[in-house]
Write a protein that binds this ligand. Structure first.
Ligand code: GLU
Length: 283
């Protein structure tokens, strides 16, 4: 028998939100995850206002039709609130409540002669108006933000980084503390009425599911810096990353849920096979 190190396969995941039908971009993402390891499904349904059970059922059905399978039970973020609250409590010394609405932030950021206010992977770069507010004074409508500069200082780090299996695989993608603060800022860890945010939930859940390789679209590349910072703060392992190309429409725009015409469901109804779908997305 051949010797050499035995490497266990990666554990990967596809983590859609049930807010619409899966389209060709989702098919590419799910099939990429399945091609790189033991595939898990996670339903990201923290936004109760936008998630629908019929889309949840359609996700399962379309993925099975594509030939994918996954261990049960499927993790649902709506079942995981205690884990997110525990993570938030642990980060409490580095967080503050914020009552600014989008309009307040926009007004604080915009100088009349300069175009669009600066934005990063968590939206507008928060100008820090509520920084320093005490969590004990948090109102029910406040969001909770991470004080990014203090987070770096608490870790004793002046930079963070990660590797991507596909984009410059031998190279760390690095962001310094100052670049993070200027280009991403004080991200939201708990959204109004949700009790968590995408960034916090994804980090807590990737660790809970033992995900060793996160495969997802390049549009989330910058958000990965947020996730790595949260992993450090919560003492969670940093998985490997692979940010894949995006599936675009005829005019080069990334497909979105509103692109119903590209929904897997519609191609199925028109008689397409799973192999046809693979061909359409270049697999
Ligand atoms: N629910 C997120 C999405 O659908 C998952 C992103 C990720 O893979 O982290 O965009």
């Amino acid at each position: 028998m051949a010797g050499g190190p035995v490497t266990s396969p990666d554990i990967t995941r596809f983590a859609p939100s049930p807010t619409g039908l899966l389209h060709l971009g989702h098919a590419f993402s799910a099939l990429t995850a399945a091609a790189h390891g033991r595939f898990h499904l996670r339903i990201e349904d923290i936004d109760r206002d936008r998630c629908r059970p019929e889309f949840d059922r359609a996700i399962h059905d379309d993925l099975h039709w594509l030939g994918l399978d996954w261990p049960l039970p499927v993790m649902r973020q709506s079942d995981r609130m205690p884990a997110y609250h525990a993570a938030l409590a642990r980060l409490a010394p580095l967080t503050y409540p914020c009552r600014c609405r989008r309009g307040d932030i926009r007004a604080a950021l915009s100088a009349p002669q300069e175009g669009a206010p600066p934005a990063g992977p968590d939206g507008l770069i928060y100008p820090g108006t509520c920084r320093g507010c005490d969590l004990r004074d948090a109102g029910p409508d406040d969001v909770i933000r991470l004080d990014a500069a203090r987070a770096f200082d608490a870790l004793g780090l002046d930079r963070i980084g990660f590797r991507d299996r596909r984009i410059l695989p031998d190279h760390d993608h690095i962001l310094t503390r100052d670049q993070f603060c200027a280009g991403i800022g004080d991200v939201i860890l708990s959204r109004r009425g949700m009790g968590t945010s995408y960034h916090l939930a994804v980090v807590v859940d990737d660790a809970a599911q033992g995900i060793t390789l996160v495969t997802r679209g390049k549009d989330l590349f910058d958000a990965t810096f947020i996730h790595v910072l949260l992993q450090r703060l919560l003492d969670l392992p940093t998985p490997a990353y692979l940010h894949h190309r995006l599936i675009r429409d005829d005019v080069g725009r990334r497909l979105a849920k509103r692109d119903d015409a590209r929904a897997i469901r519609h191609y199925r109804d028109d008689g397409a096979t799973p192999t046809d779908i693979r061909h359409m997305i270049g697999l």
